[in-house]
Design a binder for this molecule. Structure first.
Ligand SMILES: Cc1cc2nc3c(=O)[nH]c(=O)nc-3n(C[C@H](O)[C@H](O)[C@H](O)COP(=O)(O)OP(=O)(O)OC[C@H]3O[C@@H](n4cnc5c(N)ncnc54)[C@H](O)[C@@H]3O)c2cc1C
Length: 505
């Protein structure tokens, strides 16, 4: 009797263990299979590079035949004389010149068909003035080199993008911004720069000296001359403590607008919205980084788990399940694994390659919209409707705080703004291009309806009318471009679409 009861108990135990094992397998099996499948697909993707004589940009939709790439000759004593001679020669031949940093713009802002491209990348020396906390840096330097250099000297970049793969010259020429909380865009950190104009003259520009050109070339998309070197204000590298919250949309935007605005010690904020289909934008992860003076600043190291994060991210494309999985992992698992203490430089030091699309068939296209805080909720509700109507594959939305820009002419932050950065997956086909153009125009209309603007470094899908509504100062901007560059030596696709058509305007 007793033996029978023991046997029965064992049988029950076996059944329960079996059921639990099946539950665990199903629970873990689907995500594991999903990630393995993504890894196999990702490993097979190898994008082709443009053939000799052609260049493209980060969109991988702008393959352009160019006449020549001229690289700034590093280590040569008289580079400026060489560059001036090159520009004179191009003028004499009637050739157009475009300027390229890391070419992470997406609208041909570095390209002109049949033109000469100046490659700034080798021009990358830097020196810190420790007394003034000012970095003098050549325009081709990449942020990843700047961060390494500053880290060794206890300093950090004041304002830059969320990745380290861009050049200083390209960053100030679009007037970038990042998730440094409470800062205007990067122009606010520029003390001065030197620029070579089309006629070979080199001018120093600051708020006091050649002030008009200072405000035009910052955010000037390479249309005024070659920015040679820049004096950038830097800040201390610090130890930060992360406080993470996941909030419903309305609460998150209220916290962004009021709760976090002037909170003591808060230095960086990174917020990401849920992109789970059917629950678009319902939740927002807010990562707030506070200065924590109680301890050592962690040493600069490699990015955290780049391979795994890439798989989780790429696994979200064209997959509702992948998007859900990513949201669960990023809200529940990552905070447990990643820790809470970071250095500022570590947070800034991640390259775009961690998430970059490598597929031949698709590409990732960025959009960014700036709207005043008072319209943020209404705007993002419009975005939800538009994205759903278009059936667009939205891969990411981050939210940032950008303060009023008082420095640049073609400014987007005309007052304190909330920035919504969106990443969409696009087919590399004509149909994909048409669909993206139509989506972009609808989103721009929504931003304009809420007193907002769109960001200019991405695809050139805005109509001229939309462009002028967003940037009414553009007519004067292009008139001044022709004042400084009367022969229109410096040109690119952005100028062709929105600038040159307005001659006489
Ligand atoms: C994945 C990704 C993430 C991004 N994240 C952000 C972000 O968080 N915040 C943000 O604000 N932007 C962001 N951007 C946009 C990015 O800031 C711009 O594309 C920036 O221009 C990239 O720098 P770059 O060196 O690649 O510039 P390029 O694309 O090479 O050049 C940009 C413009 O600057 C001009 N230019 C470059 N160097 C000089 C020079 N020395 N003198 C004169 N003109 C010059 C070029 O002619 C061109 O018009 C992102 C882009 C990508 C692809």
């Amino acid at each position: 009797m007793a033996r029978q009861s023991i046997r029965r108990r064992w049988r029950w135990l076996a059944v329960i263990t079996g059921v639990l094992a099946v539950i665990v397998l199903v629970w873990l099996g689907r995500p594991v299979l999903h990630l393995v499948f993504t890894a196999v697909r990702d490993a097979a993707s190898r994008p082709s590079t443009p053939p000799p004589g052609y260049l493209d940009d980060a969109s991988r939709l702008n393959r352009t035949r160019i006449a020549e790439v001229w690289s700034m000759p590093a280590g040569v004593s008289d580079v400026e004389t060489e560059l001036a001679a090159l520009l004179a020669h191009a003028r004499a031949e009637g050739r157009r010149v475009s300027i390229a940093g890391a070419r992470h713009t997406m609208g041909g802002h570095t390209l002109y068909s049949g033109g000469l491209v100046i490659n700034m990348l080798p021009w990358n020396q830097m020196e810190l003035d420790e007394k003034r906390d000012v970095l003098k840096v050549q325009a081709g330097a990449l942020w990843r080199d700047v961060i390494r250099y500053l880290d060794a000297r206890g300093r950090s970049v004041a304002v830059m993008q969320s990745n380290n793969s861009f050049t200083v010259g390209g960053s100030i020429s679009v007037n970038c911004h990042g998730w440094q909380h409470g800062w205007p865009p990067i122009a606010s950190t520029v003390e001065s720069f030197r620029i070579m104009l089309a006629d070979g003259r080199v001018l120093r520009c600051s708020r006091q000296e050649n002030a008009e050109l200072f405000s035009l070339a910052l955010g000037g998309y390479g249309l005024f001359g070659v920015i040679l070197d820049v004096e950038l204000r830097v800040v201390p590298n610090r130890r930060y403590r992360l406080e993470q919250r996941v909030l419903p949309l309305k609460e998150a935007l209220e916290l962004f607008e009021e709760g976090l605005r002037n909170r003591p010690g808060l230095e960086m904020v990174y917020a990401r919205m849920s992109i789970v289909p059917g629950h678009l934008f319902e939740g927002v992860i807010i990562n707030a980084f506070y200065h924590d003076p109680n301890g050592e600043i962690p040493a600069l190291g490699a990015p955290w788990a780049p391979r795994l994060r890439r798989l989780v991210f790429r696994g979200s494309e064209r997959s509702a399940y992948g998007k859900k999985l990513r949201w669960s992992l990023e809200t529940r698992v990552e905070p447990l694994l990643r820790g809470k203490i970071f250095s500022r430089n570590q947070l800034l030091n991640e390259g775009v390659e961690v998430f970059q699309n490598r597929s031949e068939d698709t590409t990732d296209i960025l959009h960014e919209y700036f709207v005043p805080h008072r319209h943020a909720l209404a705007f993002i509700q419009d975005v939800r409707r538009i994205v759903e109507e278009h059936g667009a594959d939205l891969l990411n939305v981050t939210v940032r705080d950008v303060r009023e820009d008082k420095d640049t002419f073609l400014r987007y932050a005309t007052e304190d703004m909330v920035a919504f950065v969106m990443l969409f997956l696009q087919e590399r086909t004509e149909e994909g291009e048409r669909a993206m153009a139509s989506l972009t125009r609808d989103l721009i209309d929504a931003a304009l309806a809420h007193e907002g603007r769109y960001y200019l470094p991405y695809r050139l899908h805005a109509t001229r009318e939309q462009f002028l509504r967003a940037y009414p100062q553009a007519t004067e901007f292009f008139r001044l471009k022709r004042k400084y560059d009367p022969e229109e030596l410096f040109q690119n696709m952005f100028y062709l679409k929105y600038g040159r058509a307005q001659v006489g305007g």
